[in-house]
Design a binder for this molecule. Structure first.
Ligand code: ME8
Length: 645
């Protein structure tokens, strides 16, 4: 049976970060695993290049859209090449064959009566390229996914009859409980579909950077909605309706589409519905992973805390980084990147458990047998240990099938524990002295065989490292060695082990600059610079001071700003006709309840500004030091609006 594995195609509006790397590493690991087993495998990745978001990003960069898309797409491809990602095809949605395939699919759905012309009005988020019902918007305006402002878009649009497929979709989820991985995520989707599916607007007239409709439809104003265009990449890459179509017969339906949790809905509802409309078989799994943060915080360019895969890989090693990402997080759950966690895993699991085991047998065999290792007595002295290892290895397959690389690695590591324990318990250094050479050498050979089998299984996650271990043990990792050592449990033929340098040198301290420490340093520098400024010309006249209108105000209402850790929204009585609204960063220091009814002091003539999209019409006065923040308040109650000065 063939296995077709895909990543999402990445938007070309920014550089790849660890979120993209994570999906790609998992897909690459699955593909390598399948090939190792001898499965006919096709692994697809690529870039998603149409839509308003890309058009706007190109404009901002001052480049023609295609040139901009070419540049960023090439960056993704180069990055994956540096990581030696073993994709079979890199698709770009601006490729001609893709655009032709998309038009053909549209026409098929149109001729079938699944597409009709209507009018769409809705709240559109340009960043997510998606419409959201009013009920889902935050504060009636902001996108529930990314928090950015949405705008009302009204336009003529073609619709796909998604509602027609509601029952078939529910049947799909019911009959195939592992269609969505992990299962916990399936409930959300089932409930969403049960809540009722509206027909889906699948064309746009408000911008032009997209695939035009097929000429038969004769409506050149429209381009295709980017998600219809994007999802179809999974079949156009296999030559859907063109001369390469034999790939379609060979690999479709996909074994798994790997996605992030934010795009699960598109893949588990829209995509199967499109395929049903095209009368094509459905993918076996949609596997959705969680979200990565850095040091517990959401990554964002403005915070400057985005983790770029190449930076981490250059500092810590490509495969160490890849191992960390796959091992750190149970598939489907959110994960946190921190240098501490990465260093801990490198030092304890890679260096202590695995690297040391290899060093130990290189060291012992150099002393006891001039590097020669012979498996002849392994079963005599260590059958129990080898059986335990094989039992673990036999259980690994299901973890890859269920897309649980972390569980796969967790289990695999148990065999290194068995190897280390065997050495500890049989103490070959004592046996050698007591003339029990056969037994001592059998322990060394046991560990060599454990490492041989385990390195084959480690290969999908750490290909080069695994090959290094194998070459020290004088074999190559490929389908043949998988058959020999893992499937048929063959023992290594006699060989001379190669003395290789330690695979995982210990890491003493963080190798990347730490965002938080850097921020602190900057703050310190700013603080230290301040007195200099004061000594210079920063005295003001009394007139300048009175340009600032300071007033007493009473808090009449306070509310938390959703999705913000710091902000509260206050309604203040400043003695004016209407209350003033202020957004202040005091949520960590004051609760809503303790503010209402109290008085504060404020700057009343500041130009209004927007914070998280909410207007703030002034600023309150507060003092902040290392111990926290306190509000500046009148000593006795004063009439709201009383001037200060
Ligand atoms: O969504 N942690 O592209 P994309 C984990 N073009 N994963 C993350 C992440 C994070 N912090 N940030 C993003 C698209 N991702 C579409 C796909 S497929 C037909 C079209 C993941 O470049 C995100 O969940 O915005 C998604 O799976 C992937 O990166 C691509 O995101």
């Amino acid at each position: 049976m063939s296995k077709y594995i895909t990543t999402p195609i990445y938007y070309v509006n920014g550089e790849a970060h660890i979120g993209h790397a994570y999906t790609t590493f998992i897909a690459d690991t699955l593909a390598r695993y399948e090939r190792l087993k001898g499965e006919d495998t096709f692994f697809l990745t690529g870039t998603d290049e149409h839509g308003q978001k890309i058009e706007e990003a190109a404009k901002k960069a001052g480049k023609p859209t295609q040139v901009f898309a070419d540049e960023i797409s090439a960056k993704f491809k180069n990055l994956w090449d540096e990581f030696e990602i073993s994709y079979d095809k890199f698709i770009r949605t601006t490729d001609d064959y893709h655009k032709e395939g998309v038009k053909k699919a549209f026409l098929k759905m149109y001729e079938k009566g699944d597409i009709y012309l209507g009018e769409y009005e809705g709240n559109y988020c340009v960043s997510c390229e998606a419409f959201f019902p009013e009920t889902q918007l935050i504060d009636g305006e902001f996108c529930p996914d990314c928090g950015r402002s949405t705008s009302i878009v009204k336009e003529e649009s073609y619709f796909f009859k998604l509602s027609k497929y509601q029952d078939r979709l529910l049947e799909l989820y019911e009959k195939n409980p592992d269609f969505i991985i992990p299962k916990a995520k399936a409930n959300e989707i089932v409930n969403f579909v049960k809540g009722g599916l509206k027909d889906l607007s699948i064309t746009r007239t408000s911008f032009s950077w997209g695939v035009p409709l097929p000429k038969e439809v004769n409506n050149p104003k429209h381009v295709m909605y980017v998600w219809l265009d994007a999802l179809l990449n999974y079949i156009t890459a296999l030559g859907y309706e063109n001369s390469q179509e034999q790939l379609m017969y060979r690999y479709w339906p996909a074994f798994v589409h790997l996605v992030g949790k934010d795009i699960l809905r598109f893949h588990s509802i829209y995509w199967p519905a499109f395929l049903m409309s095209l009368d094509l078989p459905l993918p076996k799994h949609i596997a959705a992973h969680g979200w990565w943060t850095r040091d517990g915080e959401k990554m964002s360019k403005s915070k400057g805390n985005v983790v770029y895969p190449k930076e981490v890989a250059d500092a810590y090693g490509y495969e160490n980084f890849r191992y960390f990402m796959l091992r750190e997080v149970p598939f489907g759950q959110d994960g946190d990147f921190s240098q501490k966690a990465l260093i801990d895993r490198i030092n304890s699991e890679l260096s202590n458990d695995l690297g040391n085991l290899l060093n130990r047998i290189i060291g012992m065999s150099s002393k006891y047998s001039n590097y020669h290792i012979d498996s002849k007595d392994v079963l005599k002295y260590h059958k129990k240990e080898l059986d335990a290892v094989d039992e673990i290895l036999e259980g690994l397959d299901k973890f890859m099938e269920q897309v649980q690389p972390n569980r796969y690695l967790e289990e695999l590591w148990k065999v290194f524990v068995i190897g280390n324990q065997a050495i500890q318990e049989s103490e070959p250094w004592v046996k050698i002295k007591n003339n029990q050479e056969d037994e001592a050498l059998a322990t060394v050979a046991l560990v060599a065989n454990i490492l041989a089998r385990a390195s084959v299984m480690l290969y999908p996650v750490m290909p080069k490292t695994a090959q290094k271990i194998a070459s020290a043990l004088k074999f190559e990792i490929d389908n043949n060695s998988y058959e020999r050592f893992v499937n048929n449990k063959e023992l290594l033929s006699p060989f001379d082990i190669e003395k290789i340098p330690p695979l995982f040198p210990k890491i003493e301290e963080p190798l990347l600059k730490d965002v938080k420490k850097e921020e602190k340093k900057e703050e310190e520098e700013v603080k230290q610079e301040k007195p200099k400024e004061e000594n210079q010309d920063n005295l003001i006249t009394i007139d300048q001071f009175f340009k600032t209108e300071l007033k007493v105000a009473t808090v009449i209402e306070a509310q938390e700003v959703k999705k913000s850790k710091k902000l509260l929204k206050l309604q203040l009585d400043v003695g004016e006709e209407k209350p003033r609204q202020i957004v202040a960063g005091i949520k960590e220091f004051y609760s809503v309840d303790e503010l209402v009814g109290t008085q504060i002091c404020m700057v009343a003539n500041l130009k209004p500004a927007k914070l998280m999209g909410i207007e703030s019409q002034g600023m309150l006065l507060a003092a902040k030091d290392d111990e926290g923040l306190c509000l500046i308040r009148p000593e006795k109650p004063k009439k709201p609006g009383t001037p200060i000065g």
